[in-house]
Ligand binder design. Structure first.
Ligand code: ADP
Ligand code: MG
Length: 317
């Protein structure tokens, strides 16, 4: 299959589109209409086979994931997605694989109102780079640096599920099938917390998405804010599936596992009531797990004693 056929068959003209896409896939570049009164928010992330996901996972999950991890970055800025582009490196362009990949990507794009406006397709090791553009009202992006001593530290969803799911991909029979399915889905189809991120724009003082593990990522949030944190691992919202699958290691998975794509944010006590009201309408729980303090560093406690979290975060280099 030549490149043009591949693009027109699997990627071009398959979405309802957006009015602000003046010119989409098919020319030398896309043309997008910018509206006055907004800041543009841009993020890029690559996922590569063997590094970010194991070989052999469904093509649909890879298509979903390459967009989801980028939308998660927009969510963490409290931005609304507009457009995305896709640079795809493929060892071979098999039609069933491409059909599934594009279905996974476009389903999430449609659901989130994101228009695929271009990309590039090359032969090479399996990897997908997506760039997303979104918007926020001027000055309203939520950065990592606004946490203040006394703020609560909160997390959405159930951290730890995704890493347990990744470990269970190749281990059928170790845990009940329903538990394994739930956890594997959480790894294969991370749900970007777009709606939650947008709403949190009005309440959070600092925010990021949790991709490298809660401990590591809270460390980044606190370092950027020039603060530290006191945290209680006993407050972690561990899912029933995680507890069933990992038992004694559930806390460890939640703190150091990664791939959660949940939001972690700080908010002053004064907004706790509004936050809980908002969250009552969400599909995911939001849980306070600690407090920002002025002394740098993270101090975890668990069941009354200090908990030392090992630095096991994956590093590329
Ligand atoms: P050029 O050689 O000018 O870069 P290409 O043949 O690479 O043009 O791309 C043709 C059109 O298809 C462009 O609009 C490009 O953005 C788009 N495109 C290429 N690959 C993809 C892809 N994987 N997904 C979406 N659009 C793509
Ligand atoms: Mg090109």
């Amino acid at each position: 299959m030549d490149e043009r056929t591949l693009i027109t068959r699997y990627f071009a003209g398959r979405q309802a589109g957006r009015g602000d896409v003046v010119l989409g896939i098919g020319d030398d570049a896309a043309v997008l209409r910018l509206e006055a009164g907004w800041d543009l928010v841009v993020a890029t992330d690559t996922i590569a086979e063997g590094t970010h996901f194991p070989a052999g996972i469904p093509a649909r999950a890879i298509g979903h994931r390459c967009l989801a991890v980028n939308l998660s970055d927009l969510a963490a800025m409290a931005a609304e997605p507009l457009w995305c582009s896709l640079a795809l490196s493929l060892p071979k362009a098999g039609p069933p694989w491409l059909e599934e990949f594009s279905a996974g990507l476009l389903a999430l794009a449609d659901r989130s109102g994101t228009a695929l406006i271009g990309g590039d397709t090359v032969r090479g090791p399996l990897a997908a780079t997506v760039t997303v553009q979104g918007r926020v009202r001027p000055g309203k992006a939520v950065t990592r640096s606004g946490a203040r001593a006394g703020d609560g530290i909160w997390v959405t969803g159930n951290p730890g599920d995704a890493v347990a799911g990744r470990l269970l991909l190749d281990a059928p029979g170790q845990v009940p099938a329903a538990v394994r399915d739930t956890l594997c889905q959480r790894f294969l189809y991370p749900e970007p917390r777009l709606r939650e991120g947008l709403a949190l724009g009005a309440l959070a003082t600092a925010m990021l998405d949790v991709s490298d593990g809660l401990h590591d990522d809270i460390g980044k949030l606190m370092a950027a804010s020039g603060t530290g944190a006191e945290l209680d691992a006993g407050l972690l919202p561990l899912s029933a599936a995680l507890k069933a699958a990992a038992a004694g290691r559930a806390v460890d998975y939640a703190l150091t596992g990664g791939d959660d794509y949940e939001l972690c944010f700080t908010a002053p006590d004064a907004v706790t009531g509004r936050l809980q009201q908002l969250a009552a309408g969400w599909d995911v729980p939001v849980t306070r797990i600690g407090t920002v303090v002025s002394e740098p560093g993270l101090r975890w406690r668990h069941q009354g004693s200090a908990l030392v979290v090992p630095d096991t975060t994956f590093r590329h280099f």
